[in-house]
Design a protein around this ligand. Structure first.
Ligand SMILES: Cc1cc2nc3c(=O)[nH]c(=O)nc-3n(C[C@H](O)[C@H](O)[C@H](O)COP(=O)(O)OP(=O)(O)OC[C@H]3O[C@@H](n4cnc5c(N)ncnc54)[C@H](O)[C@@H]3O)c2cc1C
Ligand code: SF4
Ligand code: SF4
Length: 390
């Protein structure tokens, strides 16, 4: 290499070196569908051919490459709304769809499906991308325009669903405005796309991001193996959940309800999730998770936690309430505190894992140690370690 020759570390080659080979890829799908060389095989992102472009969109959009998170927060949110633990909060509620039939088929309170239904019906978006399962028990992003298909794809699947790859596919076609349901890493990829508009003019079509809280996703291979060991056919599963306080994975199947101890499920968690700091989809317009309050789980299950983060998110939630599709209740302060504590725990754990992997507190893989949030948790870590030594 000639002296003075500038080498850009933002090509497909470096995506392989720093993300794929390092086991950091979340399979969000952001690098897939932009060119023919990046593809998804089952739940793995693979490179079919080398690309010699110096500046790859694949590298730029990846949530696991260096990101100026402070610039992203500034671009997307009002500074007064920002919190260290869970990102921007304009409003925090318990919520549920008013339609009991929808709640029956949805994961929890059906807030996500109800919000997308309203966004489609009111013309806020022309199409939605949600997660759909194929006959091989793999998930893909499905492009949806009608209520029936939306309801068919309600519920959580705990293996990866590369919805951002579907977004990349959609923006090459003229399908109007789009709303996407995402995990936190996928919301971050879409947020990165918003920041580099000049490379990606069709990003203007993205009008709504509904984020899901996320603790982890499961490796499809390991999870399928575990199911087969338990004599559970993957195709028979209609719904899955982690009921609060029970430490099990609950599987609703065509042959009744089955459960697997969570310790066994834990073995199937994708290693890349260990380096994830975001549990609440901080870069979405609204974020939705399961509710957590004292009471019978069958009642609690029918509610969500809902964080409104942007003006667009506020507009949608207000409209859904006005149309009688969504019920919201102000959530108590202790619930917000619990959520922040849990989010903080994930951040600290991920940072610990990142430092362990890189071998140095100065090398934070895809994170910038000067980012205010990262800096805060590095300081907390340093303080805790000093106190332990005393
Ligand atoms: C992998 C994963 C991990 C999660 N971890 C947590 C957690 O730790 N704590 C918590 O409170 N909540 C978690 N959730 C969120 C929770 O399971 C519900 O999605 C959320 O409470 C919304 O409920 P709902 O009734 O409004 O959803 P619904 O109205 O049923 O809508 C769910 C939407 O999510 C989409 N979807 C399903 N699976 C995926 C996927 N793998 N990737 C992208 N989109 C998907 C569906 O297509 C549907 O549009 C997780 C979700 C997923 C997918
Ligand atoms: S963009 Fe997403 S799928 Fe592609 S390498 Fe990065 S994390 Fe993996
Ligand atoms: S834990 Fe993080 S990296 Fe893993 S799927 Fe969820 S958001 Fe993505």
């Amino acid at each position: 290499m000639g002296i003075g020759l500038r080498v850009k570390a933002n090509s497909q080659k470096f995506l392989k070196k720093y993300v794929l080979d390092e086991g950091l890829c979340t399979d969000c799908g952001a690098c897939v569908g932009l060119c023919p060389y990046q593809a998804i095989y089952h739940d793995r992102t693979v490179q079919l051919h080398n690309c010699d472009l110096e500046d790859g969109k694949c590298y730029a959009f990846c949530p696991r490459t260096a990101t100026d998170l402070a610039a992203l927060r500034k671009h997307l949110f009002e500074p007064d709304n920002l919190t260290l633990e869970i990102g921007a909060v304009k409003g925090y509620y318990f919520s549920q769809a008013t339609d009991p039939e929808l709640r029956k088929i949805a994961q929890h309170g059906a807030t996500v499906t109800a919000l997308i239904e309203v966004a489609l019906a009111e013309g806020l978006i022309d199409s939605a991308i949600v997660s759909s399962r194929n006959e091989e028990f793999m998930q893909n992003g499905a492009i949806i325009n009608d209520r029936g298909a939306l309801r068919k794809n309600a519920g959580s699947k705990f293996t990866v669903s590369p919805t951002v790859a579907a977004f990349n596919q959609l923006v090459t076609e003229d399908r109007g405005t789009i709303g996407v349901v995402t995990t936190p890493c996928q919301a971050l990829a879409l947020a990165k796309m918003k920041l580099v508009k000049e490379d990606n003019p069709k990003i203007g079509q993205l009008k709504l991001v509904i984020g899901l809280y996320c603790g982890w996703t499961l490796s499809a291979e390991k999870y399928t193996k575990l199911l087969l060991e338990k004599n559970i056919s993957p195709e028979s599963i209609t719904k899955m959940d982690i009921p609060a306080g029970k430490n099990i994975l609950e599987l609703f199947t065509n042959n009744g309800v089955k459960s697997i101890p969570f310790d066994e499920v834990q073995e199937c968690i994708r290693p890349s999730c260990n380096y994830c700091l975001d549990s609440t989809a901080e870069y979405a317009d609204v974020s939705v998770g399961s509710a957590c309050f004292a009471g019978d789980w069958e009642d609690v299950r029918q509610w969500n936690q809902l964080i409104v983060r942007t003006a667009k998110g506020r507009e949608l939630v207000d409209l859904a309430v006005k149309r009688g599709v969504l019920e919201i209740r102000e959530a108590p302060a202790e619930s917000l505190k619990e959520l922040k504590d849990a989010a903080e725990k994930k951040k600290k754990e991920a940072l610990k894992n990142i430092i362990k992997k890189s071998g140095s507190v100065k090398k934070l893989l895809y994170l910038d140690s000067h980012d205010p949030v990262v800096k805060k948790y590095l300081e907390v870590r340093g303080k805790n370690r000093t106190e332990k030594k005393k």
